[in-house]
Structure formats: C-alpha cells, structure tokens
Design a binder for this molecule. Structure first.
Ligand code: NAI
Length: 343
C-alpha cells in the first residue's frame, strides 16, 4: 500500500514515520498542498493523506480516481475542503474524529484570557523595559455570559472550562447534546446576551458567513469573539467593520477564511498580498494564531494512530468507522448498523 502525504511539515514525520513503518506502509511525502495542479503527484499511490487546506474538490477527486487512488485519508476532523458528493461511489473518504477536543477548547480559552487581560501586549512591553499598564485593563470573566455555538466534543469541554471561571454559559446548537444541563437559546439571543462568543460548529453551506453585519450589530458592544472552527463562518469585512466601530472588543482567530495560502508557512520575508489579513493584524485587540488549536503532543499521537487504523481498515476491506459518506451522514443508509461498506 503506497500513500501520498500532502501538505506535510517536519512535525508530521515525528509522529507518522514510525507508525507507518510498523504498519508496513510506504509513504511519499510532499510539502505541496493537493490542488488541481499537483494531483499528478498521486500517480502510483492507492491512497492520499491530506490536511485542512488541501483542495479536494470535484476536479481533484476526478484526477485522483483516474490515477487509481481509492482512499482519501484526512488527518483532521473538519472536511469542508472535500467534495464528498463527488467522491461517493468512487473514492472512500475517512477522517479523524475527536483526536483531542481538549486541545482546541484549551486553545480557545487561552485566546480569551490573552485577549481580555492583554498578556500578549504586556509580554512585548516588559521585554522592552516598558512597565506601564496603560491600556491593558480587562474585565472579570466571573459572572459574565459566554455564548458557545456548537456543543459537540470541543464545545462541551469549553462549557466546562468557562463554568470553572464562574461564567454563565448559554449555547446554540441545532442538535443539542442529549441529557446535558447546557442552557440552549436561539442564536439571536446568544448574539445579544453574550460577553464572550466562541464558535465550535463545522462550516457548512448553510452557515457560511453566519457571523455577518446583522449578527454583529446584535452583539453586545465590546464582545470578545473567538473562532477556532473554520474561517468562513465569519464574514471578514463585517468583522473588520465591527472592530473599527468598536462593537467587537476583541477577536481571537485561529482560523481565517483565506488562510490556505498563508497558515502553516513562514511568510516573514514576504510582503503580505492579503490586505484584509494585514488589516486584521494591525488591530491591537486581534489575536491571530495559525490554525494551531489542535497542536498538542496528545492530539498528534491520536491523529497518527487513527489515520493508520483508518488506512488499515480500508486495506482489509473492513467497515470504515470514520468514513465521510453523504448518504450515511444524511441518515439515508443503514450501513452503520450492518457495518458494511457500500462500495
Ligand atoms: P463535533 O462534530 O463534535 O461538534 C460539532 C457540533 O456543531 C455538533 O454538536 C453539531 O450539532 C453542531 N452544529 C452543526 N451545525 C451547526 C450550526 N449551524 N450552528 C451551531 N452548531 C452546529 O465537532 P468538534 O470535534 O467539536 O469540532 C468542531 C469544529 O472545530 C470542527 O468542525 C472543525 O471545523 C473545528 N476544529 C478546529 C481545529 C483547530 O485546530 N482549530 C481542530 C479540530 C476541529
């Protein structure tokens, strides 16, 4: 079994090299992302392993299929970059679910604490022997309201963390967590009542740019908005406007809608071509991290193990537990009960 790994970094080798060797798989490592231009690199491989910013659209899927690829193994949870309708019946798509929800929830909490108490600015000041605290005032989280959008694996852990700070937590999710004591409210009410808002839902065609001008207008002036999910949940132009007119008091962004060209890369010697990203970085109350919410030892270990398990299950023709299949996911299929793959 030969697997082509795309968009790879040195830290991927730290975890995958040994695991692939002991499983008996041969890997080809590409630093390039998978795109329509690079799909030819998949020649001679039965599987490709991709990450969050690889472009697995219908044309790439066609190109992979023509070259004999029959498995796309995502080494991440989100799958908005994969046209899984186009893959259906031709190439199986598997992902890694819940590898370390705590890693992302803790990163969201870190961004909130940093933005609120401005420790990123204090760090820079004291390094320059500037011991002034002017402009560094925050607010007590205790007694304030946090609104969590999406209470799946990550959202539920953040609910626990924020309750630990003494916050009232409200949430919105079209599929509330069964048997939980979370206080669910309509989305409009969450926008209106929250001092802090954190997004933990997948990006779908329905919620693309759902944080838009209208939503921001409803929010409390000075709200802190955290996004560790997917960039395109937020309309960046509306966010910039909200920051300029001070409706948004702070934005913690681990994702950005145009991140694919920049995130995970060292661009420090370039002139950044993305004006909106440059503008965002000019705000003292914007904290941007480069999609590192998942990046802990525990998460990398779990991603590696599940990815190798997913590939092994495919190789053995076993039921693909972690398959992204639009029929199965829309409930129109009993394969999960019969534990058989349909193609
Ligand atoms: P999950 O599948 O456990 O939970 C997602 C929740 O969102 C579900 O409860 C679902 O009902 C809810 N949901 C779906 N559509 C919604 C909508 N329109 N509004 C509100 N809620 C909605 O997913 P998990 O593991 O908690 O991950 C959440 C997201 O975090 C992923 O989709 C991914 O985009 C992002 N992520 C980011 C990482 C990072 O490094 N920054 C790493 C891992 C995931």
């Amino acid at each position: 079994m030969r697997i082509a790994f795309f968009d790879t970094k040195p830290y991927d080798h730290l975890f995958f090299d040994d695991a692939l060797r002991s499983a008996g798989y041969e890997a080809t490592w590409f630093e390039h992302k998978l795109t329509p231009d690079s799909v030819g690199l998949a020649d001679g491989h039965e599987a490709v392993c991709v990450f969050v910013n690889d472009q697995v659209d219908a044309s790439v899927i066609e190109g992979l299929y023509e070259r004999g690829v029959r498995l796309i193994a995502l080494r991440c949870a989100g799958y908005n970059n994969v046209d899984f309708h186009a893959a259906f019946g031709r190439i199986h798509v598997v992902r890694v679910l819940g590898y370390s929800p705590a890693a992302v929830a803790e990163h969201a909490a870190a961004m909130l604490l940093t933005l609120n108490r401005k420790t990123h600015r204090a760090f820079a000041r004291t390094r320059d022997f500037n011991f002034s605290i002017n402009g560094l005032m925050g607010f007590d989280l205790e007694g304030k309201t946090a609104g969590i959008v999406g209470t799946g694996r990550i959202g539920q852990i953040l609910v626990r963390i924020l309750r630990g700070f003494g916050m009232r937590v409200i949430a919105y999710d079209p599929f509330p967590a069964a048997g939980s004591d979370i206080e669910y409210v309509p989305l409009e009410q969450l926008w209106r009542e929250s001092d802090v808002i954190s997004l933990h839902c997948p990006l779908t065609p329905d919620n693309h740019h759902f944080v838009d001008r209208d939503a921001i207008r409803l929010m409390k002036p000075g709200v802190i908005l955290i996004n560790t999910s997917r960039g395109a949940l937020i309309d960046t132009d509306a966010l910039l406007e909200g920051l300029r007119n001070r409706q948004i008091g702070g934005a913690g962004l681990d994702v950005y809608e145009e991140e694919a060209e920049f995130f995970f890369e060292d661009k420090s010697n370039d002139i950044l071509a993305d004006e909106r990203l440059t503008l965002l970085l000019a705000f003292p109350n914007v904290l941007l991290t480069s999609h590192q919410g998942f990046f802990t030892r525990e998460a990398m270990q779990a991603i590696t193990e599940t990815t190798v398990d997913n590939i092994r299950a495919f190789e053995q023709g076993a039921f693909l537990e972690n398959e992204i299949c639009y029929q199965r996911m829309s409930g129109g299929c009993d394969r999960a009960e019969t534990r058989k793959n349909c193609f």
